[in-house]
Design a binder for this molecule. Structure first.
Ligand SMILES: [Fe+2]
Length: 154
């Protein structure tokens, strides 16, 4: 299911001028989340951090095709994917809930967000090099100026 949704999204974003949601973005998010986890000594599990980052935009193709917000579709798809993992790679029910909650909340900074959700929100923004975006594309971007990442540091 992950590969199916990932390939579907790649095709849908083939001509997209704005930031895409491919493997580069997903891995940048994972790496930034992991760095923040270490810097803040949060003690989050590496597998959980990487699974969260790699799954967080999995609902984007669904959003393009049906209009369902990708945080909502992503939570549902991520839960299905995580529940279908073979036993050797399985996450606990608690970890699945934390991952899916973070995905559901990653588009806005919620006051009651847990540490995983906070890291995902911050890394998702920090992974975007808005300061290097071509002016015409940046001007047409739906992100507010306050949301755009204008720093090379996290
Ligand atoms: Fe993202």
């Amino acid at each position: 299911m992950y590969q199916r949704e990932f390939r579907r999204l790649e095709k849908l974003e083939n001509d997209r001028a704005f930031c895409r949601h491919g493997v580069r973005h997903l891995l940048d998010c994972a790496h930034i989340m992991w760095i923040l986890n270490l810097e803040r000594t949060l003690g989050l599990d590496r597998e959980v951090v990487y699974a969260t980052a790699l799954l967080h935009d999995i609902g984007k193709a669904q959003q393009y095709e049906t209009g369902e917000p990708h945080d909502v579709a992503g939570e549902r798809l991520a839960r299905e994917i995580l529940r279908e993992l073979p036993a050797v790679h399985a996450f606990s029910a608690e970890d699945i809930d934390a991952i899916c909650t973070a995905i559901r909340g990653h588009r806005r900074a919620r006051e009651d967000a847990g540490p995983l959700e906070r890291l995902l929100y911050q890394a998702d923004k920090a992974s975007r090099a808005c300061f290097a975006c071509p002016p015409d594309v940046r001007a047409a971007c739906s992100w507010s100026e306050a949301k755009k990442n204008l720093s090379i540091c996290v």
